[in-house]
Design a protein around this ligand. Structure first.
Ligand code: GLY
Length: 386
């Protein structure tokens, strides 16, 4: 692996310092508040959430900034914001329990060594597994029983985690079945992904690709592709099954080869960049941040340095004046030009907390933060490898 140049190291550490200032300001302004997306640069507003999936990201940011700074203030805050999430281990309303607990309780367990925290993660994994549709062999999205989302690939690792900790073979079977169904129906031959799949609940048969947050059923919603790239890489990390590494690699190739000249994707790879925003030339900086973090992992898992170089180029773009909010007085997030939900008009051209979270995670990987709180360090295949 090539060493990070001194110039890049300095730029990335400046961005991390900025991230710490922005995050500290959120905590000091309104303790206990979990930001989701900004409106005109402000985290606090009365707009809807659509679904409650993001609270683990703010707790996770605090853990990552603890890893970066070593300052116990961050750990104290991280514990407070993580502990408040505990009741969510039983939350049957969302498919996002990996996002919630692998970014809060997992780093907490790694930092503290307290095995009692493990029970919460395991329960969250079991709760997520209850979404399994036996006939269709997938975990259903929060939206409807017949709906499978690409986003769930980022959450399914918590089921593998629970399976590993408990030795529960059924949990592992559910997770692998979900991944294979997703790879078969949502990931296309060219590496692009559909956001959603719709199944016949009577027969379990796959009916069609669809979308909630992308441009069209057959388009490549940029964030969904980033979730897939990163999610399949993480599943490979757990299982060492090459079929999952192959999917991640295919996603990565599509993502990298379709980037525009400024290095950050539009919100959907099929959006017309000559048309006005929000349906046309709207960027999604969060897709770039997620992909950067996933590409670092893919580089490590595959041994292919080109993915690391692609991740660094994404970070270079995000650290530039067009995307980093450090030159925008009064803006409360870190990354400009993210999107939550174009169709609903939520968080369009704003900061989004998952964008900021994965940006900090990717910066941490780039500068070589060797902390368990900086990434999910699950390595090695599970005992039952099939
Ligand atoms: N619902 C997950 C996302 O907006 O990416």
């Amino acid at each position: 692996m090539m060493a990070l140049s001194a110039a890049r190291d300095a730029v990335y550490r400046r961005a991390l310092d900025f991230a710490a200032r922005q995050t500290r300001a959120v905590v000091e302004r309104e303790p206990g508040f979990y930001p989701m997306y900004t409106r005109q640069g402000r985290w606090r507003h009365g707009q809807e959430a659509w679904t409650q999936w993001t609270d683990g990201f703010f707790a996770g940011l605090l853990w990552k900034l603890y890893a970066y700074t070593g300052d116990p203030w961050w750990r104290q805050q991280a514990e407070v914001y993580s502990a408040a999430l505990e009741p969510r281990q039983h939350d049957r309303e969302v498919h996002d329990l990996g996002f919630v607990f692998l970014n809060s309780y997992w780093p907490w367990q790694c930092v503290s060594g307290d095995r009692r925290l493990e029970a919460v993660i395991v329960q969250a994994g079991r709760t997520l597994a209850m979404r399994f549709n036996e006939r269709g062999q997938f975990l259903r999205s929060f939206l409807a029983p017949e709906s499978l989302f690409i986003d769930i690939m980022m959450n399914v690792p918590i089921i593998l985690h629970a399976a590993r900790v408990t030795g529960d073979v059924r949990l592992r079977e559910i997770a692998l079945a979900h991944c294979r169904t997703t790879a078969r129906y949502l990931v296309r031959a060219d590496g692009s992904t559909a956001h959603e799949g719709i199944f016949d609940l009577e027969t379990g048969q796959f009916l069609r690709q669809s979308t909630q947050q992308g441009l069209r059923a057959e388009s490549a919603w940029a964030r969904g592709l980033a979730w897939s790239l990163y999610g399949f890489a993480t599943v490979y990390r757990y299982t060492e099954l090459p079929e999952f590494l192959e999917v991640s690699r295919r996603n990565a190739a599509y993502f990298v080869e379709h980037l525009p000249a400024d290095g950050v994707p539009h919100w959907d790879f099929d959006a017309d960049p000559t048309a006005p925003p929000p349906w046309g030339a709207q960027k999604d900086s969060s897709a770039a941040a997620i992909a950067a973090s996933g590409l670092f992992d893919l580089a490590q898992l595959s041994g292919e340095d080109r993915w690391r170089e692609a991740a660094l180029q994404l970070l270079d773009a995000l650290c530039g004046p067009k995307f980093l909010a450090d030159q925008t007085p009064g803006w409360e997030g870190m990354l400009l030009h993210g999107v939550y939900h174009t169709g609903k008009g939520l968080g369009v051209d704003e900061s989004v907390i998952w964008g900021d979270f994965f940006f900090v995670e990717a910066l941490g990987k780039a500068v070589g933060l060797a902390s368990s709180a900086n990434s999910l360090p699950h390595s090695g295949a599970d005992p039952q490898n099939s």
